[in-house]
Ligand binder design. Structure first.
Ligand SMILES: [Zn+2]
Length: 398
């Protein structure tokens, strides 16, 4: 979910309406400074040079592509004259140019130098830049123009610890960069982009629910009130409705009692009889994951955790708990929702090829039943959007 919701209890919050109300051309709102798609147009730009080779994944911001960029920005603004907020963000790659010019300053400095040339031409517009991988640290010498806001992301931070308490290097680096950006532009010009899903396996159990409340509260306590809280909100995805609702409520009021809120939402979605089983499952799998040696990244694979919280014996325990939730909701309005809660476990068993407990027929039956009720296909991966039957076919199950 993008932007801000109006904070009913917080008079300081406001809504970035443009992100909602004026849809940009497809895919142009983020990573729009790709090579070959600089602001959605064909302009003469230089690709990055890494290890002496041309790399098309990222743009070299050292040379003067700004004239073309400014011209195209003007064209885009003329097409959407009432739109105030725009993004100027680097390509989706953890790479940066190493040409003779770029190595003289930090990536953020060279990027900001480029962005400033655009922002100063359109002082009545606000440009959101992406602090992402190479540009996550603030600049050392170049100062952002006053109409530049910053979207800082937690892309490389492990997700199983709340941001505030994570002691791994990436978490410490992120906190330091966030505070330095606040010193650089002020909290009111910062937007935080945090992630609460596994992009590669949208149905894989990704037990990070305990971090949602502390993270949003941490950002809010720093004075930040603009968020992109990305989760798997698609049909049938792991706790899709629960996570979307929890995040929404906490963006409205970060200081709510999170444990109480979680129980209320679970009852609302899964019914009063099944909610205790769902909660028991969440607490069980979170505990297993936290005490395991591995950590959660947004692109993890079930195989990485098959000796940890996704081991065969633990999957059997989760399956039993969630099956109980299904039984308790039979013939109630909550039946389908409880069946969907079981899908991630079935999916993981299929992914791991556990012949003893794979219940392919049940997986298929739930997907078909969901489709017959809603007409919506359950997708499994962010990148490929593979329908379940195609996926299973490729895996040799059908
Ligand atoms: Zn360069």
């Amino acid at each position: 979910m993008i932007g801000e919701k109006p904070v009913r209890q917080d008079p300081n919050a406001h809504v970035i309406q443009d992100f909602f109300h004026i849809p940009p051309p497809p895919n142009d709102w983020i990573h729009n400074l790709n090579f070959g798609r600089l602001l959605n147009s064909e302009v003469e730009i230089a690709p990055a040079i890494i290890n002496g080779k041309v790399v098309l994944d990222q743009v070299c911001f050292s040379i003067s592509t700004s004239k073309n960029a400014v011209n195209n920005m003007r064209k885009l603004i003329e097409e959407n004259p009432t739109r105030k907020n725009w993004t100027l963000s680097i390509a989706d790659a953890n790479k940066w140019c190493e040409c003779e010019f770029c190595i003289k300053e930090t990536p953020t400095d060279s990027f900001l130098r480029f962005v400033n040339t655009i922002a100063e031409k359109f002082p009545d517009k606000t440009f959101y830049i992406l602090a992402y991988f190479a540009t996550q640290p603030p600049p050392q010498t170049v100062r952002p123009k006053k109409n530049i806001n910053v979207i800082i992301t937690t892309i490389d931070v492990p997700k199983d610890d709340p941001i505030q308490y994570g002691n791994r290097a990436e978490a410490i680096k992120f906190r330091n960069n966030l505070k330095d950006w606040i010193d650089c532009v002020g909290a009111s010009r910062i937007m935080v982009w945090d992630y609460f899903s596994n992009f590669r396996h949208l149905l894989m159990p990704f037990p990070i629910w305990h971090t949602i409340g502390p993270n949003i509260r941490y950002y809010a306590n720093l004075g930040i009130n603009k968020f992109i809280m990305q989760t798997d909100g698609g049909p049938g995805h792991e706790f899709s409705e629960f996570k979307t609702r929890l995040i929404s409520e906490l963006m409205i009021n970060p200081w709510r009692n999170v444990n109480r809120l979680i129980v209320d939402i679970l009852i609302e979605i899964y019914g009063v009889h099944s909610a205790p089983s769902i909660l028991k499952y969440m607490q069980t799998i979170e505990k297993e994951q936290i005490y395991g040696p591995g950590w959660l990244m947004n692109w993890g694979d079930p195989k990485e955790y098959q000796c940890e919280y996704l081991s065969k014996s633990k999957l059997q325990i989760y399956k039993e708990i969630l099956s109980q939730a299904c039984t308790l909701s039979q013939s109630t309005p909550y039946e389908m929702q409880n069946k969907l809660a079981l899908l991630p476990i079935l999916y993981t068993c299929i992914e791991l090829g556990l012949p003893d407990i794979v219940d392919y027929d049940l997986f298929k039956k739930i997907c078909q039943e969901y489709y017959s009720k809603t007409g919506e296909t359950i997708t499994l991966e962010e990148q490929h959007w593979t329908p379940w039957h195609e996926y299973l076919h490729n895996k040799g199950y059908e």
